[in-house]
Design a protein around this ligand. Structure first.
Ligand SMILES: [Zn+2]
Length: 64
């Protein structure tokens, strides 16, 4: 099985048995690595809210 990935590729869609669906997998040095979905830490609602706030602030810098 020959599959080629360019060095610039950082992720690729592959079937993940653990997720039971096609997910993004990290690619490093042209080799498929771990699944990005089930390896991603679960974010709590509070964390998501905080992250959204940080992103808003980055997009809209306060005017002083
Ligand atoms: Zn997975």
């Amino acid at each position: 099985m020959a599959e080629h990935y360019t060095r610039s590729t950082e992720s690729a869609t592959r079937w993940c048995n653990r997720c039971g669906k096609r997910t993004q997998h990290i690619v490093s040095g042209g080799r498929i690595g771990r699944c990005l979905e089930h390896e991603a830490p679960e974010l709590s609602a509070a964390q998501l809210k905080r992250r959204a706030k940080q992103e808003r602030e980055l997009k809209n810098p306060r005017l002083f």
